[in-house]
Design a protein around this ligand. Sequence first.
Ligand SMILES: Nc1ncnc2c1ncn2[C@@H]1O[C@H](COP(=O)(O)OP(=O)(O)O)[C@@H](O)[C@H]1O
Ligand SMILES: [Mg+2]
Length: 268
Amino acid sequence: MSAYNLEDRHIITFDKSQEKALYTDDLHVWYGQNEAIKGVDLEFEKNKITALIGPSGCGKSTYLRSLNRMNDGIANTKVTGKIMYKGVDVNQPNVDVYEMRKRIGMVFQRPNPFSKSIYENITFALKRHGEKDKKKLDEIVETSLKQAALWNQVKDSLHKSALALSGGQQQRLCIARAIAMKPDILLLDEPASALDPISTGTVEETLINLKENYTIIIVTHNMQQAARISDYTSFFYLGKAIEYDETRKIFTRPKIQATEDYVSGHFG
Ligand SMILES: Nc1ncnc2c1ncn2[C@@H]1O[C@H](COP(=O)(O)OP(=O)(O)O)[C@@H](O)[C@H]1O
Ligand SMILES: [Mg+2]
């Protein structure tokens, strides 16, 4: 099926001396009989942006979703291996998934604001978690929107419907909603793929500014985007993380032929 020798798991070597934001150890994901992720070991550096790139169907979204157990609800899905976060394997059944997702937040491909006001989009989950202090909620709304580079545009319309915002603004609202929970790690699955180039640019700038406070893992099929914003890149192919390195190395001198062929546009 593949012209490449993809058995070289040892090619990805990490500096274990440094504490990572998150890592997976021999992660496998099955949808029924279909093994979509075939033993992925990856480590994510704190306060960096790591891009997951690769052709469609190679498992990028599956891998990303497994990191905060978004695959849990899908029937016949099996996930084995470790997902280590602060010394805890979040893939263990006794983990409080709800609590874990406060630390490891997710932004989806299509902006999906609630059909509520801008203000309520950001405060909804906080209120559900018991936060009632109006002043504190106001503060979180302001700081989250500032961090998501949306505050100046919406500060006078916080109580208007989020659905009236443009696509790019809606996606930045979804980022603000995710960071309002004060996560450590932000997972984003092609967050700009539904956006025009200008909105894409603002979302990319937002992410670059956010890495000061968050560890960001982003799936993108857009290689220019990966090159523009990420510090590290992993190339996924047929359910495996084939190569991982600093982004500039992946794009200038990758070690693996499949990576080279992909980044030079020969397939995918
Ligand atoms: N919810 C699902 N149920 C069953 N199979 C799925 C589901 N999501 C993805 N898959 C399969 O898993 C493989 C990897 O898909 P995906 O993770 O979406 O890849 P990518 O994000 O790289 O395009 C594909 O074979 C796809 O058909
Ligand atoms: Mg995908």
